[in-house]
Design a protein around this ligand. Structure first.
Ligand code: PLP
Length: 404
């Protein structure tokens, strides 16, 4: 999997061969689904061969521990100690597992959230929090593209139990300065759950330095790991104390004793597991994680800052609204561009094999990764101009795609 990095002026472009879709498309939608590494073919073949040849014995030969072993490959990428990360199907369920750990009947019954929260996370909060909980929303002034961090800090008080907020906002790629939020929360005894789905693999994250309580993210996007690979980091003290209500036999110290009355929780990442994990996902998730670890998030970030700046400059020169912060340190890997007829332009870009996506109230999200060239970045803007000038956008005015 190690490419020859000496043949090109941008050494990261040497990775392109490892991602089949890059030869077929201009792949600029890495904040939604990272490109599939070629090695996934072998990985999924290994899954099938293990199941076929080893059958039930596979559980004792690796499958039982595979979940937390993948977490251990992710751990150094986000500055987490070993055995603190468990893998889950998706963020919505992982949030549900965390919420099931807390008692909202005491004097601490306030939960601080922000505008720009991913709707699925909000649905889970609204669905699982008892009705008396004060779900305190800090509004976004611009439809979720930014959030005033000082207002989050002010809202956290002695009544606050949880602060489940995004680290990087999904519409605009804005990075929130979460350090002071965590400090304030801890000063008053509140707990922070960061949703870093738009950070992991593109923005350096150090959960230990942040001293954050919980960090949720996934390998689907910037880590090129595919669906079904969301991770839940829990600070080590919680691995000894919290008792999730949404649990299962994998969290038990002696699962094969089949004790019904009591659950004797493990004191590592298994504590947050429940039932049988989706083993095929874990096989598929792994190659992307290994590549990101090898490339290094600092290298990825350096290139990303350059390419997002290039995108902003070109989009502004073309006269398009840009809903992404200009300060490179506050900007994640996505640039959200809102040209006229943005939805229709997005459909035509996709028809031309330039893969991006569209989010209402924001625009077209363009998210280059380490394997993209500057020429590809330029192409998306010239294509937008061509689509608008030539009128090709008008082919997409009737109807609205279900997946955008
Ligand atoms: C910030 C953020 N949180 C949560 C989700 C939803 O996650 P899931 O589908 O894994 O529940 C997304 C989806 O893209 C997201 O961007």
């Amino acid at each position: 999997m190690t490419p020859d990095t000496h043949t090109t002026p941008d050494p990261l472009l040497a990775w392109r061969d490892q991602f089949p879709i890059l030869s077929e498309t201009t792949y600029l939608i890495n904040n939604s689904l990272g490109a599939m590494p070629r090695a996934v073919y072998d990985s999924l073949r290994a899954y099938a061969e293990t199941w076929a040849a080893r059958g039930i014995r596979a559980w004792g030969e690796g499958w039982w521990d595979m979940n937390v072993e993948l977490g251990n490959l992710i751990a150094p990428i986000i500055g987490a100690p070993p055995d603190t990360i468990s893998m889950h199907q998706n963020i919505s369920l992982a949030q549900g597992i965390l919420l099931s750990c807390f008692d909202f009947d005491g004097p601490r019954n306030k939960v601080v959230i922000t505008g720009g929260i991913f709707p699925s996370v909000y649905y889970v909060l609204r669905g699982l929090l008892p009705p008396h909980v004060d779900l305190h929303m800090i509004p976004s002034p611009d439809g979720g593209n930014t959030v005033p961090v000082d207002q989050i800090i002010d809202a956290i008080d002695e009544r606050t139990l949880l602060v489940p907020i995004s680290h990087v906002l999904f519409r605009s790629g804005t990075i929130l300065d979460v350090g002071p939020v965590i400090e304030k929360a801890h000063a008053v005894g509140a707990i922070v759950i960061l949703d870093g789905y738009h950070a992991a693999g593109i923005v350096p994250v150090d959960v230990t330095a942040l001293n954050v309580d919980f960090y949720l993210a996934g390998v689907l996007k910037w880590m090129c790991g595919g669906p079904g690979g969301v991770f839940l980091y829990a600070r080590e003290d919680y691995l000894k104390t919290l008792e999730p209500g949404l649990t299962g036999w994998m969290a038990h110290q002696r699962p094969f004793a089949f004790e019904v009355e009591n659950i004797d929780f493990r004191a590592d990442a298994f504590r947050f597991l429940n039932g049988t994990p989706a083993i095929p996902s874990l096989y598929a998730n792994r190659p992307g994680v290994e590549i990101i670890a090898q490339v290094g998030v600092d290298n990825i970030r350096r290139k990303s800052k350059h390419q997002t700046a290039l995108l902003i400059d070109l989009a502004e020169a073309a006269g398009y609204e840009v809903n992404t912060v200009r300060s490179p340190d506050e900007r994640g890997g996505t640039v959200t561009i809102n040209p006229p007829h943005a939805y229709e332009v997005s459909r035509e870009l996709i028809a031309r094999n330039i893969l991006i996506d569209y989010r209402p109230q924001a625009g077209i999200r363009v998210s280059p990764h380490f394997y993209n060239s500057d020429d590809e970045v330029r192409l998306v803007i010239t294509a937008m101009q061509d689509i608008l000038d030539g009128g090709a956008w008008q082919q997409h005015t009737s109807g609205h795609a279900f997946v955008t």
